[in-house]
Design a protein around this ligand. Structure first.
Ligand code: URP
Ligand code: ZN
Ligand code: ZN
Length: 462
């Protein structure tokens, strides 16, 4: 067999084994895996002394999102450049319909944001924000190649909030179409009440950003997860809890899975490496996100959930805001744009704080960052694993050499990082997307607009 390109001599992680050898690429696909592939006429990439792993899928991303009175600062150009540098080769964003728009218009809007800018492949979860209008449009979106939908249990002021009727009805449709509903689970009414109680000039002056965790105790997430899990159990509709942040959430998911409820859960890497002590910092407001960072005991339980299996995916919930945007809070913590940058550091953080600390094996990391997200989101085996016939989406990382997180040197538009100065191993020395080198020697070399939209026909694990 003649290959166009061969990645030589790396430690190659496949779903069935990790071996030292080669990856042979023809066109955009992986054509062979093995020791000493015939290199005649092939372009060679030296991976000796490196891990060769599947490109990462970040399945929870918000690029150029109008939100909290501003627009998130990474667009499809900077966001996908950041992704590539962090070994991410596929992302899934959320297409959200605005006033009066249909689901189809939302998808068109997001396709237009990505066109000509994306460096890596992408698709969208379709957000259902007005059940009465959108319920009859779901099947049309499935026929268009979108198999994952999303509802928010909070964000009434954004016009995004779904009630139990919508959650229940959507899950019924997910069961009927073999598709999946993603849910942001926080308990809106109790949260509103706790915010109202704490939102006084005196308390804001006294506590500043520390009010953020004070109004969101763990039961805010736990109650919402248990309620929507109940709707999944009652309807049989496939459910996926996004950005799960609490120990209670992990317990509920574990128990539900044990009794056969079709529910899956994702956490985000920030919930694995940070806790709510950051809100006491002078710049603590920068870390505001929904749900907020929790306690060290939650962090430990989420790692355990990844090890035991109830937490299937690690993502980022990238929703970048600059220091200037975060300054919109002016001491009123309810006006902070919620979200943080993340695409560029997902793999380095998981590798450094998961694999190098012994919490996850390298193979488990690839499962949580690549294989599981691809399977669950209906992109496997095209994406998510180093197997013959898959797209040659590959990251090559050095096992231990580190780079400091330096916002000035990063691709993201953020002028700060939650991880500023942290030494991290696992930045991509080389990233390939569909056989093309898009990061070389830690620098982005791929061209904008080469990324493609990915149609899908399935979702979930059943
Ligand atoms: O703070 C966050 N997470 N911002 C993005 C919107 C969401 O809830 O995912
Ligand atoms: Zn959310
Ligand atoms: Zn999100």
């Amino acid at each position: 067999m003649r290959f166009d390109r061969i990645i030589q001599g790396g430690s190659v992680v496949t779903p069935t084994r990790t071996f030292v050898g080669d990856v042979g690429i023809i066109g955009e696909q992986i054509a062979a895996l093995g020791p000493d592939l015939d290199s005649t006429g092939a372009a060679l990439i030296d991976a000796r002394g490196h891990h060769v792993i599947p490109g990462v899928l970040d399945v929870h991303v918000h690029l150029e999102l109008p939100f909290c009175g501003t627009t998130s600062a990474d667009d499809y150009r900077t966001g996908t450049r950041a992704a590539a540098r962090g070994g991410v080769t596929t992302l899934i964003d959320f297409a959200i319909p605005y006033a009066g728009e249909s689901l189809s218009q939302a998808a068109d809007n997001w396709l237009a944001k990505a066109a000509g800018k994306a460096l890596i492949d992408y698709t969208f979860h379709i957000c259902i924000t007005r059940w009465n209008e959108h319920r009859d449009q779901i099947k049309g979106m499935v026929d268009r190649g979108f198999t994952t939908f999303k509802e928010f249990m909070i964000y009434e002021s954004e016009g995004w909030q779904s009630d139990d009727r919508a959650l229940f009805g959507t899950l019924e449709k997910m069961k009927e179409y073999g598709t999946m509903l993603l849910v942001h689970a926080e308990s809106a009414r109790v949260l509103d009440e706790l915010i109202a109680r704490h939102h006084t000039p005196e308390l804001m002056q006294q506590y500043g950003a520390r009010l953020h965790p004070m109004t969101r105790p763990n039961f805010i997430e736990a109650e919402a997860i248990s309620r929507v899990v109940m709707w999944s159990e009652a309807t049989g509709g496939q459910l996926y809890i996004v950005h799960m942040s609490t120990a209670e959430g992990a317990d509920i998911i574990r128990a539900a899975q044990a009794r056969g409820v079709p529910v899956l859960a994702e956490t985000c890497v920030q919930y694995l490496v940070l806790d709510d002590s950051v809100f006491a910092r002078d710049d603590g407001h920068l870390f505001a996100c929904c749900p907020q960072l929790k306690k060290p005991a939650d962090v430990r339980r989420l790692w355990e959930g990844l090890q035991h299996g109830e937490v299937s995916v690690i993502s980022t919930d990238t929703c970048t805001f600059s220091r200037e945007q975060k300054a919109m809070w002016e001491g009123d913590w309810t006006r902070i744009p919620m979200g943080m940058p993340g695409l560029e550091t997902l793999l380095p953080l998981t590798y450094t704080h998961g694999v190098l600390t012994g919490k996850l094996s390298l193979e488990q990391m690839c499962l949580k960052l690549s294989t599981n997200p691809a399977k669950i989101m209906g992109l496997y085996p095209r994406k998510g694993a180093l197997v013959v016939g898959a797209d040659a989406d590959i990251a090559i990382i050095h096992p231990e050499s580190t780079l400091p997180v330096d916002p000035a040197a990063m691709e993201t538009n953020a002028d700060w990082s939650p991880f500023d100065g942290w030494p991290l191993a696992g930045f991509a020395r080389t990233t390939l997307s569909r056989g093309e080198v898009i990061v070389d020697n830690y620098r982005v070399v791929g061209h904008e607009g080469r990324g493609r939209w990915l149609p899908r026909t399935t979702a979930g694990l059943r």
